[in-house]
Design a protein around this ligand. Structure first.
Ligand code: GAP
Length: 499
């Protein structure tokens, strides 16, 4: 994946020409388009769930007190195993690598015991592990000169909506549930960054914090819509059963209604909006020892990725009043909310929908990546919503008249779609280049285009070609790209290379 992404310019090590730095990556032009498409779809879908959900933006640098209040200063730790020669590695990863199972929720002493018990050695030099120590994962910063203002790069976007809650709940509709969404960078000093975009030191999160009345956790006005919807879940007490497909209504004895409703929406986002394969996505419940320190209920969203297996790409977290209570205590501001409807005053609870954008980006590419034996070429079968380039326009040969009309078509299409103009190389080469980046349709302008005012539209997924009148082209592409209509039915088929 890393090689492919670099070759096509999607993403690559940051500061490449200096050899890069572990855990830091840059997104190139196509990568930005794909990432932005994901973020826009996320915004449309999740902000569309409720009129009282909105987006904010916030500083990535936050005062130390924020993280005293949230508990990150004390609890946001990794466990570093150190060998005789001084090599440092994440102790749970070292165990995982050697014993091929997960090690979450153990103390440093327990991790060290397990390492000794299984005679596990340093994976860099093979020498003995001498200790397992706790290390905080946040990046401290010095602000300005000569003052004592202590600050950190935020390790999650979530704290920003929490410290914004007071202002936003006043200026918004003074009504709960209130959703504050934020897409932005988070920073963690990972001990062992690894697996390309999957474990970085600077990454993007898309998180929605839903503030609600805890007395209403067993309600959701739209639950009826999802009650018969099946969720793919691995329950913490029933892991031996693997993935179970359970109707939302049948989970009510285990998880509150408000929480289940949003799990259903998250899964629908993956299946309906992003087009993830349904057997490659699951919710994995974490138990008492494994869940994050701020959570009461914790399900990870996981995708089954080719090279690495089931991987966490997000989470649905019931954070209770953990964060707001902490901020109220440390800031001295009253963060309670007066609910006009119930005439009650309380500190709202928070349900968090958390997505790692880079891990989703990776998963999207993983599921789209396909080597077509017939074409002897990679075809990136991205969902039309996600494809960074929707249309490529080619004059069949370099001839002035053909190029003139091709350019006219290109500039016309560019008004509606992200389009590219490509005039170099054979048509086969140009198809292959566009298949590799997931371009949905390639439009070729030939002699007949001059005479009959028609073009050939070649469809990425089945390599079928249809002839379409130039005057109908923009509308037909709109129907295929935005409304999901079948392009082969919108024109006259001129080849039958259907696979
Ligand atoms: N606000 C809750 C929170 O931050 P998390 O499970 O620590 O929860 C949320 O992180 C998501 O952020 C993860 O599910 C993952 O997709 C992404 N993420 C976390 N650490 C990451 C890293 N080092 N590199 C890339 N993505 C990461």
């Amino acid at each position: 994946m890393a090689i492919f992404c670099k070759r096509k310019g999607f993403a690559y090590a940051s500061g490449e020409i200096y050899g890069g730095l572990a855990g830091l990556f840059d997104y190139g032009h196509l990568g930005v388009l794909l990432k932005r498409n994901f973020e826009d779809l996320w915004r449309d879908f999740f902000l569309g769930l409720d009129d009282n959900f909105a987006e904010i933006e916030s500083s990535e640098i936050m005062p130390e007190k924020v993280f005293v209040a949230s508990g990150h200063l004390k609890n946001f730790n990794d466990f570093a195993s150190k060998c005789k020669k001084g090599h440092i590695e994440r102790a749970d990863h070292l165990l995982e690598k050697n014993l091929k199972k997960r090690f979450e929720g153990l103390t440093s002493e327990q991790l060290f015991e397990k390492i000794k018990e299984n005679k596990i050695l340093c994976s860099v030099c093979g020498s003995q592990i001498e200790s397992v120590e706790i290390t905080n994962m946040m990046f401290p910063l010095q602000l300005g000169f000569g003052n004592n203002a202590k600050a950190f790069l935020r390790p999650e976007t979530a704290q920003s909506p929490y410290v914004n809650f007071k202002i936003q709940s006043e200026v918004m509709r003074k009504k709960l549930p209130l959703g504050l969404a934020l897409i932005g960078k988070a920073y963690r000093n990972e001990l062992s960054p690894r697996n390309f975009l999957l474990r970085q030191r600077a990454f993007t999160q898309a998180e929605l914090q839903i503030f609600f009345n805890p007395a209403k956790i067993s309600e959701h006005e739209k639950f009826e819509e999802v009650k018969d919807y099946f969720l793919n879940v691995v329950l913490s007490g029933e892991r031996d059963k693997g993935i179970q497909k359970i109707k939302c209504i049948n989970l009510l004895n285990k998880i509150p209604k408000f929480y289940i409703y949003y799990m259903a929406k998250v899964q629908q986002f993956y299946f309906k909006v992003l087009g993830f394969p349904e057997n490659k996505f699951r919710f994995y419940q974490l138990n008492e020892h494994e869940k994050a320190f701020y959570n009461k209920y914790h399900f990870d969203m996981e995708a089954d990725l080719d090279a690495v297996g089931w991987t966490e790409i997000g989470g649905v977290h019931y954070r209770t009043d953990h964060d707001l209570k902490g901020h109220q205590e440390i800031s001295g501001e009253n963060l309670s909310f007066f609910d006009e409807e119930s005439k009650e005053k309380f500190i709202p609870h928070v349900l968090e929908l958390s997505f790692g954008v880079d891990r989703n980006f990776y998963s999207i590419l993983n599921f789209a990546y396909f080597y077509d034996e017939k074409r002897q070429n990679i075809v990136l079968r991205l969902h039309p919503n996600l494809a960074p380039v929707k249309v490529a326009v080619f004059p069949i040969v370099k001839r002035e008249e053909l190029e003139k009309i091709s350019e006219e078509i290109f500039y016309d299409l560019k008004k509606d779609f992200n389009a590219v103009y490509d005039r170099s190389g054979s048509i086969g080469r140009r198809y292959a280049r566009n298949d590799e980046i997931g371009t949905l349709f390639c439009i070729t302008i030939d002699e007949d285009s001059l005479k009959k005012k028609e073009v050939t539209v070649r469809i990425r997924d089945n390599a079928e070609q249809v002839r379409i009148k130039i005057k109908d082209l923009r509308e037909s592409l709109g129907k295929a790209i935005n409304d999901g209509e079948d392009m082969s039915k919108l024109g006259k088929i001129v080849n039958t290379r259907k696979k």
